[in-house]
Ligand binder design. Structure first.
Ligand SMILES: [Zn+2]
Ligand SMILES: [Zn+2]
Length: 212
């Protein structure tokens, strides 16, 4: 039994997910909370459900997906985990904010655990496999739970769309090839939780995503 709670945070309405199983161990994915109200929503959910956070996972390091990393680090002592290609290829959160014209001062949290894809990330009795799906960013990851059939696709794959490729290190051909190779080969019934917008399934995207 797996529970997935989603929150839509910050200017970009990024989907932040908290996932736990019957042991109450949990992971948070793409923590984007940006103000005390959004931070409270996260901590209240964790307290009310008596969760123990084991991992802070980033599908990629675009600004909207990492705004809550300092909060998670300070509150739960967890460093963010992300693909090493994004760590080296992407500007810092502060630089990204400047380029987007956002008046933010962001506390930089070092990525101490750099992933390369293929890792198994465990919490409770559950496991997520990190799948490298580059193209939206060079180190974009999706996190796949085989046993229960769900996928966190970040900004690679959305319901009816795919990620933009005009940002640092983006590449449309690479993205489409990676989605077809790594994601559309998963079972049809796999539930897809994207980085923005509503959930979908591999079957629905195979059948009707106009970009694929
Ligand atoms: Zn992104
Ligand atoms: Zn995003």
């Amino acid at each position: 039994m797996i529970t997935v709670q989603s929150f839509a945070f910050n200017y970009f309405s990024v989907n932040t997910y908290i996932v736990h199983d019957s042991t109450n161990e949990a992971v948070i994915i793409d923590c984007g909370c940006i103000n005390p109200q959004e931070e409270n929503a996260v901590s209240r959910y964790i307290e009310e459900n008596k969760l123990v956070l084991k991992h802070n996972l980033c599908t990629h390091l675009h600004l909207d997906h990492i705004l809550g990393n300092a909060f998670i680090y300070q509150t739960y002592g967890l460093s963010p985990e992300a693909h090493k290609a994004d760590v080296t290829a992407l500007p810092t959160a502060d630089e990204q904010a400047q380029r987007l014209g956002l008046p933010l001062k962001i506390k930089a949290i070092p990525i101490v655990k750099q992933l390369v894809g293929g890792e198994s990330i465990s919490f409770g009795h559950s496991e997520l496999t990190a799948l490298l799906v580059p193209g939206h960013s060079p180190g974009s990851l999706a996190f796949y739970n085989k046993k229960n059939g769900y996928l966190f696709s970040g900004d690679a794959l959305f319901a009816g769309s795919i990620g933009r490729t005009d940002l640092w290190g983006g590449n449309m051909d690479v993205l489409i090839a990676a989605i077809k190779d790594k994601l559309l080969t998963l079972p049809d019934e796999t539930i897809v939780y994207p980085g923005h917008g509503s959930e979908t399934t591999i079957f629905a995207e195979k059948r009707s995503n106009p970009f694929l």
